[in-house]
Design a protein around this ligand. Structure first.
Ligand code: NAD
Ligand code: ZN
Length: 389
Protein backbone atom coordinates (compact mmCIF):
# COMPACT_ATOMS: atom_id res chain seq x y z
CA UNK A 1 0.00 0.00 0.00
CA UNK A 2 0.97 3.65 -0.15
CA UNK A 3 1.67 5.56 3.06
CA UNK A 4 3.05 8.91 4.20
CA UNK A 5 6.40 8.19 5.82
CA UNK A 6 8.57 10.37 8.04
CA UNK A 7 12.13 10.67 6.76
CA UNK A 8 13.55 13.35 9.03
CA UNK A 9 12.68 16.95 9.85
CA UNK A 10 10.63 18.60 7.08
CA UNK A 11 10.88 15.46 4.97
CA UNK A 12 7.81 13.28 4.46
CA UNK A 13 7.48 10.97 1.48
CA UNK A 14 4.74 8.81 0.04
CA UNK A 15 6.23 5.32 -0.04
CA UNK A 16 5.14 1.81 -0.85
CA UNK A 17 5.08 -0.27 2.34
CA UNK A 18 3.67 -3.68 3.35
CA UNK A 19 -0.08 -3.84 3.98
CA UNK A 20 -1.04 -4.03 7.67
CA UNK A 21 -2.22 -7.37 9.04
CA UNK A 22 -4.22 -8.57 12.01
CA UNK A 23 -1.71 -9.30 14.80
CA UNK A 24 -3.98 -9.70 17.83
CA UNK A 25 -7.50 -11.11 18.12
CA UNK A 26 -8.91 -7.68 19.05
CA UNK A 27 -7.42 -5.97 15.95
CA UNK A 28 -9.21 -4.80 12.84
CA UNK A 29 -7.84 -3.48 9.58
CA UNK A 30 -9.54 -0.55 7.90
CA UNK A 31 -9.33 0.81 4.38
CA UNK A 32 -8.88 4.53 4.83
CA UNK A 33 -11.21 6.83 2.94
CA UNK A 34 -10.29 10.17 4.54
CA UNK A 35 -7.38 11.19 6.76
CA UNK A 36 -6.09 14.58 7.87
CA UNK A 37 -2.92 16.43 8.84
CA UNK A 38 -2.96 17.76 12.41
CA UNK A 39 -1.01 20.45 14.25
CA UNK A 40 0.30 17.58 16.35
CA UNK A 41 1.85 16.08 13.21
CA UNK A 42 3.81 19.31 12.82
CA UNK A 43 5.73 18.57 16.04
CA UNK A 44 6.97 15.38 14.34
CA UNK A 45 7.48 17.12 10.99
CA UNK A 46 9.53 19.80 12.72
CA UNK A 47 11.66 17.09 14.30
CA UNK A 48 10.78 17.94 17.92
CA UNK A 49 9.98 14.37 18.94
CA UNK A 50 13.17 12.35 19.29
CA UNK A 51 11.75 8.84 19.03
CA UNK A 52 10.73 8.94 15.34
CA UNK A 53 12.50 6.61 12.94
CA UNK A 54 12.88 6.90 9.18
CA UNK A 55 10.00 5.13 7.47
CA UNK A 56 7.50 5.59 10.32
CA UNK A 57 3.97 6.04 8.95
CA UNK A 58 2.38 9.30 10.07
CA UNK A 59 -1.21 10.24 10.84
CA UNK A 60 -3.75 9.86 13.63
CA UNK A 61 -6.89 11.43 12.16
CA UNK A 62 -8.42 8.69 10.00
CA UNK A 63 -11.65 7.05 9.04
CA UNK A 64 -12.69 4.37 6.63
CA UNK A 65 -14.24 0.98 6.12
CA UNK A 66 -13.59 -2.22 8.06
CA UNK A 67 -11.96 -4.81 5.78
CA UNK A 68 -10.63 -7.40 8.24
CA UNK A 69 -11.63 -8.31 11.79
CA UNK A 70 -9.78 -10.27 14.48
CA UNK A 71 -11.48 -13.29 16.03
CA UNK A 72 -12.25 -11.54 19.36
CA UNK A 73 -14.04 -8.54 17.84
CA UNK A 74 -17.75 -9.23 18.02
CA UNK A 75 -19.33 -5.81 17.55
CA UNK A 76 -18.10 -4.99 14.04
CA UNK A 77 -18.78 -6.28 10.56
CA UNK A 78 -16.81 -6.13 7.35
CA UNK A 79 -17.91 -3.01 5.50
CA UNK A 80 -18.80 -0.97 8.60
CA UNK A 81 -17.99 2.71 8.18
CA UNK A 82 -15.95 3.90 11.14
CA UNK A 83 -13.92 6.73 12.60
CA UNK A 84 -10.83 6.02 14.68
CA UNK A 85 -10.25 7.94 17.94
CA UNK A 86 -6.57 8.97 17.93
CA UNK A 87 -5.66 7.68 21.41
CA UNK A 88 -5.53 3.91 21.70
CA UNK A 89 -7.53 2.64 24.69
CA UNK A 90 -7.89 -0.97 25.80
CA UNK A 91 -11.29 -0.36 27.37
CA UNK A 92 -10.47 -2.55 30.38
CA UNK A 93 -7.93 -0.75 32.54
CA UNK A 94 -8.84 1.60 35.41
CA UNK A 95 -8.30 4.66 33.20
CA UNK A 96 -10.42 3.52 30.26
CA UNK A 97 -13.13 2.38 32.67
CA UNK A 98 -13.17 5.90 34.10
CA UNK A 99 -13.38 7.56 30.66
CA UNK A 100 -9.73 8.69 30.76
CA UNK A 101 -9.15 7.03 27.38
CA UNK A 102 -5.97 8.89 26.49
CA UNK A 103 -4.39 7.62 29.72
CA UNK A 104 -4.86 3.90 28.98
CA UNK A 105 -2.41 1.69 30.87
CA UNK A 106 -2.26 -1.07 28.27
CA UNK A 107 -1.87 0.57 24.87
CA UNK A 108 1.80 1.51 24.86
CA UNK A 109 4.31 -1.35 24.85
CA UNK A 110 7.10 1.26 24.89
CA UNK A 111 5.85 3.22 27.90
CA UNK A 112 9.11 2.37 29.71
CA UNK A 113 11.03 4.30 27.05
CA UNK A 114 9.10 7.48 27.77
CA UNK A 115 9.24 6.88 31.50
CA UNK A 116 13.01 6.67 31.27
CA UNK A 117 13.55 9.80 29.20
CA UNK A 118 10.58 11.98 30.10
CA UNK A 119 9.51 10.81 33.55
CA UNK A 120 6.01 9.80 32.46
CA UNK A 121 4.46 6.89 30.62
CA UNK A 122 2.06 8.00 27.89
CA UNK A 123 -0.53 5.81 26.23
CA UNK A 124 -0.40 4.67 22.63
CA UNK A 125 -1.29 7.07 19.82
CA UNK A 126 -1.40 6.21 16.11
CA UNK A 127 1.54 7.47 14.07
CA UNK A 128 3.15 9.28 16.95
CA UNK A 129 6.65 7.84 17.36
CA UNK A 130 8.06 4.87 19.23
CA UNK A 131 7.77 6.51 22.62
CA UNK A 132 3.98 6.47 22.12
CA UNK A 133 3.76 2.87 21.03
CA UNK A 134 5.32 2.86 17.58
CA UNK A 135 1.94 2.33 15.89
CA UNK A 136 1.72 2.86 12.14
CA UNK A 137 -0.40 5.91 11.39
CA UNK A 138 -3.40 6.53 9.22
CA UNK A 139 -2.05 8.72 6.42
CA UNK A 140 -2.09 5.57 4.32
CA UNK A 141 -4.40 3.35 2.32
CA UNK A 142 -4.91 0.91 5.22
CA UNK A 143 -4.30 0.82 8.96
CA UNK A 144 -4.36 -1.74 11.74
CA UNK A 145 -6.47 -0.69 14.70
CA UNK A 146 -5.74 -2.43 18.00
CA UNK A 147 -8.57 -2.91 20.53
CA UNK A 148 -10.88 -2.38 17.57
CA UNK A 149 -13.96 -3.31 19.60
CA UNK A 150 -13.50 -0.11 21.62
CA UNK A 151 -11.29 1.79 19.16
CA UNK A 152 -13.65 2.03 16.21
CA UNK A 153 -16.79 4.14 16.26
CA UNK A 154 -19.50 3.32 13.74
CA UNK A 155 -20.93 6.13 11.67
CA UNK A 156 -24.61 6.11 10.75
CA UNK A 157 -25.64 6.43 7.10
CA UNK A 158 -26.30 9.82 5.62
CA UNK A 159 -23.22 11.66 6.86
CA UNK A 160 -20.25 12.45 4.62
CA UNK A 161 -16.64 11.67 5.56
CA UNK A 162 -15.92 15.38 5.87
CA UNK A 163 -18.72 15.84 8.39
CA UNK A 164 -17.41 13.13 10.72
CA UNK A 165 -13.67 12.71 10.16
CA UNK A 166 -12.79 15.31 12.80
CA UNK A 167 -14.50 13.20 15.47
CA UNK A 168 -11.14 11.38 15.43
CA UNK A 169 -9.42 14.30 17.13
CA UNK A 170 -9.88 18.02 16.66
CA UNK A 171 -13.61 18.30 17.35
CA UNK A 172 -13.39 16.37 20.66
CA UNK A 173 -10.12 18.15 21.40
CA UNK A 174 -11.71 21.56 21.02
CA UNK A 175 -14.71 20.34 22.98
CA UNK A 176 -12.68 18.94 25.86
CA UNK A 177 -10.63 22.14 25.95
CA UNK A 178 -13.85 24.09 26.50
CA UNK A 179 -15.37 21.45 28.78
CA UNK A 180 -12.28 21.76 30.98
CA UNK A 181 -13.18 25.40 31.66
CA UNK A 182 -16.37 24.67 33.62
CA UNK A 183 -18.10 27.38 31.57
CA UNK A 184 -20.87 29.25 33.41
CA UNK A 185 -23.55 31.53 31.95
CA UNK A 186 -22.01 34.93 31.24
CA UNK A 187 -18.47 33.61 30.95
CA UNK A 188 -15.93 35.16 28.62
CA UNK A 189 -13.49 32.65 27.17
CA UNK A 190 -10.21 33.63 25.48
CA UNK A 191 -8.65 31.19 23.02
CA UNK A 192 -5.02 31.52 21.95
CA UNK A 193 -4.57 30.29 18.38
CA UNK A 194 -7.03 30.15 15.51
CA UNK A 195 -5.75 26.87 14.07
CA UNK A 196 -8.06 23.91 13.46
CA UNK A 197 -8.13 22.91 17.15
CA UNK A 198 -8.92 26.46 18.21
CA UNK A 199 -11.72 26.73 15.64
CA UNK A 200 -13.45 23.80 17.34
CA UNK A 201 -12.62 25.18 20.76
CA UNK A 202 -14.42 28.40 19.90
CA UNK A 203 -17.53 26.60 18.63
CA UNK A 204 -17.52 24.27 21.63
CA UNK A 205 -17.23 27.12 24.11
CA UNK A 206 -20.49 28.51 22.70
CA UNK A 207 -22.10 25.04 22.64
CA UNK A 208 -21.23 24.80 26.34
CA UNK A 209 -22.78 28.16 27.15
CA UNK A 210 -20.08 30.83 26.92
CA UNK A 211 -21.39 34.35 26.52
CA UNK A 212 -18.41 35.67 24.55
CA UNK A 213 -15.34 34.11 22.98
CA UNK A 214 -12.22 36.09 22.13
CA UNK A 215 -9.78 34.45 19.70
CA UNK A 216 -6.11 35.41 19.27
CA UNK A 217 -3.77 34.71 16.34
CA UNK A 218 -1.85 36.64 13.70
CA UNK A 219 -2.86 34.83 10.50
CA UNK A 220 -5.60 36.93 8.87
CA UNK A 221 -7.62 34.12 7.28
CA UNK A 222 -7.59 32.10 10.49
CA UNK A 223 -8.78 35.11 12.47
CA UNK A 224 -11.43 35.68 9.83
CA UNK A 225 -12.66 32.10 10.14
CA UNK A 226 -12.85 32.49 13.92
CA UNK A 227 -14.97 35.58 13.40
CA UNK A 228 -17.22 34.39 10.56
CA UNK A 229 -17.66 30.73 11.50
CA UNK A 230 -16.98 30.88 15.21
CA UNK A 231 -18.66 34.22 16.00
CA UNK A 232 -15.60 35.11 18.06
CA UNK A 233 -14.25 38.57 18.72
CA UNK A 234 -10.72 38.56 17.36
CA UNK A 235 -7.36 39.98 18.35
CA UNK A 236 -4.30 40.04 16.11
CA UNK A 237 -1.39 39.77 18.53
CA UNK A 238 0.91 41.49 16.08
CA UNK A 239 -1.33 44.54 16.09
CA UNK A 240 -2.53 44.90 19.66
CA UNK A 241 -1.27 44.32 23.17
CA UNK A 242 -3.33 41.23 23.92
CA UNK A 243 -3.15 41.54 27.71
CA UNK A 244 -4.31 45.15 27.63
CA UNK A 245 -7.04 44.38 25.11
CA UNK A 246 -8.36 41.46 27.15
CA UNK A 247 -8.50 43.59 30.27
CA UNK A 248 -10.39 46.27 28.42
CA UNK A 249 -12.85 43.77 26.94
CA UNK A 250 -13.60 42.19 30.31
CA UNK A 251 -14.17 45.21 32.49
CA UNK A 252 -10.62 45.07 33.81
CA UNK A 253 -10.99 41.59 35.30
CA UNK A 254 -9.57 39.31 32.61
CA UNK A 255 -11.26 36.36 30.87
CA UNK A 256 -12.97 33.72 33.02
CA UNK A 257 -11.14 31.03 31.08
CA UNK A 258 -7.99 31.12 28.98
CA UNK A 259 -7.23 28.31 26.56
CA UNK A 260 -3.82 27.58 25.04
CA UNK A 261 -4.69 25.99 21.69
CA UNK A 262 -1.20 26.63 20.33
CA UNK A 263 1.27 24.45 22.22
CA UNK A 264 4.97 24.23 21.84
CA UNK A 265 5.26 25.86 18.44
CA UNK A 266 4.10 29.22 19.74
CA UNK A 267 5.28 32.02 17.53
CA UNK A 268 6.31 35.54 18.51
CA UNK A 269 7.88 36.78 21.67
CA UNK A 270 5.14 35.28 23.78
CA UNK A 271 5.28 38.44 25.82
CA UNK A 272 2.60 40.47 24.12
CA UNK A 273 0.24 41.60 26.83
CA UNK A 274 2.56 40.84 29.68
CA UNK A 275 3.33 43.98 31.61
CA UNK A 276 6.91 45.08 32.04
CA UNK A 277 6.92 44.79 35.79
CA UNK A 278 5.46 41.27 35.59
CA UNK A 279 8.07 40.32 33.03
CA UNK A 280 10.70 41.51 35.46
CA UNK A 281 9.14 39.89 38.48
CA UNK A 282 8.74 36.45 36.97
CA UNK A 283 11.84 36.79 34.79
CA UNK A 284 10.04 35.52 31.70
CA UNK A 285 12.41 34.33 29.05
CA UNK A 286 12.17 35.78 25.60
CA UNK A 287 14.09 33.16 23.68
CA UNK A 288 11.63 30.29 24.14
CA UNK A 289 8.24 31.94 23.91
CA UNK A 290 5.20 30.25 25.32
CA UNK A 291 1.58 31.18 25.07
CA UNK A 292 1.26 29.19 28.25
CA UNK A 293 2.82 31.95 30.30
CA UNK A 294 0.58 34.53 28.75
CA UNK A 295 -2.63 32.64 29.51
CA UNK A 296 -1.59 32.43 33.15
CA UNK A 297 -0.86 36.13 33.34
CA UNK A 298 -4.01 37.25 31.52
CA UNK A 299 -6.59 34.94 33.13
CA UNK A 300 -8.78 36.46 35.82
CA UNK A 301 -8.21 35.46 39.43
CA UNK A 302 -9.76 32.08 40.16
CA UNK A 303 -10.21 31.46 36.43
CA UNK A 304 -9.67 28.30 34.41
CA UNK A 305 -6.58 27.64 32.30
CA UNK A 306 -7.15 24.88 29.78
CA UNK A 307 -4.31 23.49 27.68
CA UNK A 308 -5.11 21.39 24.64
CA UNK A 309 -1.86 22.61 23.01
CA UNK A 310 0.74 19.87 23.14
CA UNK A 311 3.91 20.04 25.22
CA UNK A 312 6.27 17.08 25.29
CA UNK A 313 9.10 18.01 27.60
CA UNK A 314 10.12 20.74 29.98
CA UNK A 315 8.76 24.27 29.79
CA UNK A 316 10.93 26.77 31.59
CA UNK A 317 10.01 29.85 33.59
CA UNK A 318 6.37 29.20 34.32
CA UNK A 319 4.93 32.04 36.45
CA UNK A 320 3.98 29.73 39.29
CA UNK A 321 3.53 32.63 41.68
CA UNK A 322 0.82 34.07 39.47
CA UNK A 323 -0.86 30.68 39.18
CA UNK A 324 -0.78 30.05 42.92
CA UNK A 325 -1.75 33.48 44.12
CA UNK A 326 -4.47 33.90 41.51
CA UNK A 327 -5.89 30.48 42.46
CA UNK A 328 -5.97 29.38 38.83
CA UNK A 329 -7.52 26.05 37.94
CA UNK A 330 -5.51 24.04 35.39
CA UNK A 331 -6.78 21.29 33.15
CA UNK A 332 -4.96 19.74 30.21
CA UNK A 333 -4.10 16.53 28.45
CA UNK A 334 -4.45 14.48 25.34
CA UNK A 335 -8.14 14.22 24.54
CA UNK A 336 -10.33 11.40 25.87
CA UNK A 337 -11.86 11.14 22.41
CA UNK A 338 -13.99 8.04 23.05
CA UNK A 339 -15.77 9.82 25.91
CA UNK A 340 -17.19 12.55 23.67
CA UNK A 341 -18.11 10.63 20.50
CA UNK A 342 -21.82 10.05 21.11
CA UNK A 343 -22.49 13.60 22.26
CA UNK A 344 -20.58 15.19 19.40
CA UNK A 345 -22.10 12.92 16.76
CA UNK A 346 -25.46 14.09 18.09
CA UNK A 347 -24.44 17.73 17.58
CA UNK A 348 -23.48 16.90 13.97
CA UNK A 349 -26.62 14.88 13.24
CA UNK A 350 -28.83 17.62 14.63
CA UNK A 351 -27.14 20.27 12.54
CA UNK A 352 -25.72 22.27 15.44
CA UNK A 353 -22.30 22.02 13.82
CA UNK A 354 -20.90 20.92 10.46
CA UNK A 355 -17.22 20.22 11.18
CA UNK A 356 -16.25 20.38 7.51
CA UNK A 357 -16.17 24.20 7.71
CA UNK A 358 -12.53 24.04 8.69
CA UNK A 359 -11.29 22.23 5.54
CA UNK A 360 -9.41 24.43 3.07
CA UNK A 361 -7.49 21.76 1.13
CA UNK A 362 -8.47 18.34 -0.19
CA UNK A 363 -5.48 16.49 -1.65
CA UNK A 364 -4.74 13.00 -2.91
CA UNK A 365 -2.42 11.01 -0.62
CA UNK A 366 0.39 11.47 -3.15
CA UNK A 367 0.37 15.19 -2.47
CA UNK A 368 0.85 14.79 1.30
CA UNK A 369 4.37 16.33 1.18
CA UNK A 370 2.85 19.49 -0.27
CA UNK A 371 0.04 19.31 2.29
CA UNK A 372 2.57 19.30 5.14
CA UNK A 373 4.47 22.18 3.64
CA UNK A 374 1.50 24.50 3.15
CA UNK A 375 -0.06 23.57 6.51
CA UNK A 376 3.17 24.25 8.36
CA UNK A 377 3.93 27.51 6.59
CA UNK A 378 0.27 28.65 6.44
CA UNK A 379 0.65 29.11 2.70
CA UNK A 380 -2.26 29.22 0.22
CA UNK A 381 -4.58 30.28 3.10
CA UNK A 382 -4.25 26.75 4.44
CA UNK A 383 -6.17 25.95 7.61
CA UNK A 384 -6.92 22.20 7.45
CA UNK A 385 -5.76 19.60 4.94
CA UNK A 386 -7.59 16.36 4.34
CA UNK A 387 -6.00 13.60 2.29
CA UNK A 388 -7.97 11.15 0.17
CA UNK A 389 -6.13 7.85 -0.14
P1 NAD B 1 -1.83 24.82 14.10
O1 NAD B 1 -0.35 24.81 14.16
O2 NAD B 1 -2.48 24.79 12.77
O3 NAD B 1 -2.42 26.09 14.87
C1 NAD B 1 -1.70 26.80 15.81
C2 NAD B 1 -2.13 28.26 15.67
O4 NAD B 1 -1.53 29.00 16.74
C3 NAD B 1 -1.66 28.89 14.37
O5 NAD B 1 -2.76 29.47 13.69
C4 NAD B 1 -0.65 29.93 14.83
O6 NAD B 1 -0.61 31.08 14.00
C5 NAD B 1 -1.16 30.26 16.23
N1 NAD B 1 -0.15 30.86 17.11
C6 NAD B 1 1.20 30.67 17.12
N2 NAD B 1 1.78 31.43 18.05
C7 NAD B 1 0.79 32.12 18.66
C8 NAD B 1 0.79 33.07 19.70
N3 NAD B 1 1.91 33.47 20.29
N4 NAD B 1 -0.41 33.59 20.08
C9 NAD B 1 -1.57 33.20 19.48
N5 NAD B 1 -1.61 32.29 18.48
C10 NAD B 1 -0.44 31.76 18.07
O7 NAD B 1 -2.26 23.56 14.99
P2 NAD B 1 -3.67 22.90 15.44
O8 NAD B 1 -3.92 21.73 14.57
O9 NAD B 1 -4.72 23.90 15.58
O10 NAD B 1 -3.23 22.36 16.86
C11 NAD B 1 -3.00 23.28 17.92
C12 NAD B 1 -2.34 22.57 19.10
O11 NAD B 1 -3.23 21.57 19.62
C13 NAD B 1 -1.04 21.85 18.74
O12 NAD B 1 -0.11 22.00 19.78
C14 NAD B 1 -1.47 20.40 18.67
O13 NAD B 1 -0.41 19.50 18.92
C15 NAD B 1 -2.50 20.37 19.77
N6 NAD B 1 -3.42 19.24 19.76
C16 NAD B 1 -3.69 18.67 20.95
C17 NAD B 1 -4.55 17.61 21.04
C18 NAD B 1 -4.88 17.01 22.38
O14 NAD B 1 -5.36 15.90 22.45
N7 NAD B 1 -4.65 17.74 23.46
C19 NAD B 1 -5.15 17.11 19.88
C20 NAD B 1 -4.87 17.73 18.65
C21 NAD B 1 -3.99 18.79 18.60
ZN1 ZN C 1 -4.53 15.46 15.70
Amino acid sequence: MKAVCWNGANDVRVETVPDPKIINPRDAVIRITTTAICGSDLHLYNGYVPTMEKGDILGHEMMGEVVEIGSAVKNLNIGDRVVVPFPIGCGNCWYCQHDFWSLCDNSNPNAWLAEKFMGYSPSGIFGYSHMLGGYAGGQAQYARVPFADTGLFKIPDGLTDEQVVFLTDIFPTGYMAADNCNIQPGDIVAVWGCGPVAQFTIKSAYLLGAERVIAIDRIPERLQMAKDQGKAEILNYEEVDVGEALKEMTGGRGPDACIDAVGLEAHGTGLEGVYDEVKQAVRLETDRPHVLRQVMIDCRKGGHVSIPGVYVGVVDKIPMGAAMNKALVFKMGQTHVHKYLNALLDHIQNGRIDPSFVITHRLPLDEAPRGYEIFKDKKENCIKVVLKP
